[in-house]
Design a protein around this ligand. Structure first.
Ligand SMILES: *[C@@H]1O[C@H](CO)[C@@H](O)[C@H](O)[C@H]1NC(C)=O
Ligand SMILES: *[C@@H]1O[C@H](CO)[C@@H](O)[C@H](O)[C@H]1NC(C)=O
Ligand SMILES: *[C@@H]1O[C@H](CO)[C@@H](O)[C@H](O)[C@H]1NC(C)=O
Ligand SMILES: *[C@@H]1O[C@H](CO)[C@@H](O)[C@H](O)[C@H]1NC(C)=O
Ligand SMILES: *[C@@H]1O[C@H](CO)[C@@H](O)[C@H](O)[C@H]1NC(C)=O
Length: 198
């Protein structure tokens, strides 16, 4: 009898493993930009930037602050240095991302506004604007990307204490994803197993 259930069991396992794959559609522009920036770094003979979870959190929060601001020719990557918008709630935003001013000082926050986040324009807004100075800089070692509506924000981090963006214990976030992943595999295992019981 168990033999007859084998094809069904395989099918269910395959479907569950497939469902277990992360949904990418929501983060597409971020992933494309992440890859684009690292290709640019490689062309410049610079080290690639690793993903930094706290920087990504900050990038998401900053994008959220910008989301209702319209795109104009003097916002985002075209902002005149020194006229960047200041957020009164910046300390709270940092705290939310387990950061404080002392471990973010050397980092760099780069917001860009591109209608519908057209991926080619998004990349050139970083590689062909004033931001390229930062992308050309070997002191940066990590990055986080966040987006909201037409705004996409890149936060660069260094490996010095003043730019590490690493106040929070890393296990927090990684441990969480890990347990979700583990739970899914456990579910597949349990469901597969239950078929043998029938
Ligand atoms: C990167 O290194 C290659 C090989 O050493 C060199 O030909 C190229 O000009 C370098 N590119 C830059 C942007 O420095
Ligand atoms: C930005 O747009 C305004 C109004 O359309 C225009 O007067 C100004 O010259 C533009 N600035 C640049 C740098 O293109
Ligand atoms: C920022 O966090 C670091 C590491 O936890 C701590 O040593 C430092 O005192 C904090 N600085 C401020 C201004 O809160
Ligand atoms: C940045 O994006 C805007 C669209 O908001 C576009 O008009 C501009 O040309 C882009 N700048 C660069 C340097 O790619
Ligand atoms: C960054 O490097 C590229 C290629 O070497 C260069 O075209 C660009 O002007 C540099 N950006 C800055 C701001 O120096």
């Amino acid at each position: 009898m168990a033999i007859n259930k084998l094809p069904l069991l395989l099918l269910v396992s395959v479907v569950l493993v497939f469902l277990n794959r992360p949904v990418l559609s929501d983060t597409d522009e971020e992933d494309v930009l992440f890859t684009g920036i690292n290709s640019y770094r490689t062309l410049q003979n610079l080290t690639i930037l690793n993903k930094n979870e706290n920087a990504e959190c900050l990038a998401d929060e900053i994008a959220d602050q910008f989301k209702n601001k319209p795109c104009t020719n003097d916002t985002g990557s075209a902002t005149v240095p020194g006229t960047e918008p200041q957020f009164a709630n910046y300390p709270q935003i940092l705290a939310k991302c387990h950061l404080n001013v002392s471990d973010t000082r050397d980092g760099s926050i780069m917001p860009a506004c591109v209608p519908r986040l057209d991926s080619n324009l998004v990349l050139t807004n970083f590689t062909k604007s004033q931001y390229s100075m930062n992308l050309n800089d070997s002191k940066f070692t990590g990055m986080g990307i966040g987006k909201e509506d037409d705004w996409i924000v890149v936060v660069l981090t260094t490996n010095t204490p003043e730019g590490s963006y690493s106040t929070a214990s890393k296990e927090d976030s990684n441990g969480f994803t890990f347990s979700i992943g583990l739970f899914n595999y456990l579910l597949v295992f349990l469901l597969s197993f239950s078929f043998f019981l029938f």
